[in-house]
Design a protein around this ligand. Structure first.
Ligand SMILES: [Zn+2]
Ligand SMILES: [Zn+2]
Length: 141
């Protein structure tokens, strides 16, 4: 298990995430919500235990945005209230022990992690090339 540092764009929020070797890769999410929240075509993520994330600066000030996914359950997005960088998302459907971490904000992650899978491939833009195994929505569990 390795600890990875991260910070938001403005520096008001800092965090570390402990990742197992198999978690040291990006899950590309092509869903329409990710397009809105990022202003881009996909986001970079990894599902990790809640206890593996340690917000070392700005934790008490994080902003929270909640939307409701296809399941009808809430997805809570935590972000730096100053610069809006998203630190992590907590999906009610996954329970309190798991979160979705933005691997693209890990200082080493954005440089060195490889694509591990692509999800919500059904919403992928037609000009994007496949870079990893692609699932229509989520991988079968
Ligand atoms: Zn910030
Ligand atoms: Zn998404």
């Amino acid at each position: 298990m390795t600890s990875f540092d991260a910070h938001c764009h403005c520096g008001q929020t800092e965090w570390t995430a402990k990742l197992e070797p198999e978690q040291q890769g990006h899950i590309l999410c092509h869903c329409d919500t990710c397009k809105y929240l990022s202003g881009s075509t996909f986001t970079l993520n990894q599902i990790i235990p809640t206890s593996s994330l340690n917000i070392t600066k700005g934790a008490s000030k994080l902003g929270k945005y909640t939307y409701y996914g296809e399941s009808g359950k809430g997805v809570h997005c935590y972000f730096c209230p100053n610069c809006t960088s998203h630190v992590y998302h907590q999906q009610e459907v996954m329970g309190p022990d798991k979160i979705v971490l933005r691997t693209g904000l890990l200082t080493e992650g954005i440089k060195n992690f490889k694509p591990a899978a692509e999800i919500f491939g059904k919403a992928k833009l037609p000009w994007e090339k496949e870079v990893a195994q692609t699932f229509d929505t989520m991988p079968p569990s």
